[in-house]
Design a protein around this ligand. Structure first.
Ligand code: HMG
Ligand code: MG
Length: 310
């Protein structure tokens, strides 16, 4: 299959870790511009505590406004807007906005679960089960994240068997997709291939998405490793914005424009427009007040003409 789905997480994973909290209006404008670039899977916010993650405060009004614009035909209707939901309380807030797609987020490491969502892994799954029931009653789709699948800053190595077991547990909850997170960007392509092969056996390639942070420069190689095994959905952030506020030294996700550039050169289709993504990178650089780490943002696409075919 030559089609790859990009889940744009810059408006959530990206902005949640930026020192400068953008206004609701600027976040909405970012969403509008992402949609113009061709983004169709758009994670726009998080129904989490504003005490814990102030950058995601007002995700409710933001998402309600984006949905209202969609209903009025002033925002593309085929963009699927989604948001993180940690617990039933967050899900109540999500339902009030009318959003039809949410994501629960668990961890393969016990210590990170406690630091990130203030409960054990088992407790988090009990909460997710309630969220799933609420989703069913409201005809909503639920995605599932698993963090720290390749290593944890508090526990070190994370056994593959634990990740596979939790991915199966996530699938059993009824999520439509499981996003496997390298939250702190430690994974290498060999490790990725080993784990992804086991995950494919456990839940199937079509249920998997990969979520790489580029902390140590291996994210693009890890995308390629997963792609070679048949994964066709990847999370990325415009410009490589981002990180996780509860994972020390975590930096941004792999940059959307860098992934899209590689995929298009390899003959895959994503539906995204690379030149528009680069322009949006420059817009966001001005809004956020610092340069973004993506390579394409700096270098642009090659301007030299391709050599004539012989
Ligand atoms: P808590 O303090 O344990 O919650 O927070 P609680 O149930 O004890 O309640 C305490 C107060 O918080 C109460 O208010 C609740 O109503 C309120 P009070 O009665 O004191 O006025 N509360 C909430 N308010 C808003 N939204 C809610 C909510 N729940 C309770 N959903 C909680 C638990 C999960 C809310 C908290 O720990 C939290 O917000 N954590 C933030 C987690 C987060 O956003 N982390 C970053 C995203 S995860 C990530 O980046 C990884 C990922 O990208 C994948 C990867 O890279 O691996 C997805
Ligand atoms: Mg992340």
């Amino acid at each position: 299959m030559k089609r790859v789905t990009i889940v744009e997480v810059g408006a959530r994973d990206g902005l949640q870790n930026e020192q400068k909290a953008l206004s609701t209006g600027t976040r909405l404008e970012f969403a509008r511009r992402l949609a113009e670039c061709g983004v169709r899977q758009l994670e726009l916010g998080a129904f989490v505590s504003p005490q814990w993650v102030p950058q995601m405060a007002d995700s409710g009004p933001l998402i309600a406004e984006a949905l209202a614009l969609q209903a009025a035909g002033r925002f593309p209707r085929d963009v699927e807007i989604s948001a993180l939901v940690p617990n039933p309380r967050g899900m109540e807030d999500a339902i009030r906005t009318g959003v039809s797609s949410v994501a629960v987020f668990g961890s393969a490491s016990e210590s990170f679960s406690r630091r990130n969502i203030n409960c054990s892994v088992d407790e988090s799954f009990e909460r997710f089960a309630v969220v799933m029931r609420m989703a069913k009653a409201n005809k909503m789709k639920v995605r599932g994240y698993l963090s720290m699948c390749f290593g944890c800053p508090f526990e070190g190595e994370v056994p593959e068997t634990r990740v596979v077991k939790l991915a199966k547990r996530m699938a059993a909850l009824g999520v439509y997709e499981i996003s496997i997170g390298d939250t702190i960007g430690v994974a290498d392509p060999k490790q990725v291939k080993n784990l992804v092969a086991k995950l494919i056996k456990a839940v199937g390639a079509r249920k998997l998405a990969m979520h790489f942070h580029d902390t140590r420069g291996t994210a693009l190689a890890n995308v390629l490793a997963s792609l070679e095994l048949g994964v066709r959905t990847f999370d990325s952030s415009l410009g490589g914005l981002g990180g996780c506020p509860y994972a020390p030294a975590a930096t941004g996700n792999v940059a959307t424009e860098d992934v899209v550039y590689m995929l298009h050169r390899m003959g895959f289709r994503t539906g995204l427009d690379i030149e528009k993504l680069i322009s949006l990178n420059h817009w966001m650089t001005a809004e956020i007040g610092h340069e973004l780490p993506s390579r394409l943002g700096r270098a642009g696409t090659p301007k030299a003409k391709a050599p004539a075919k012989r």
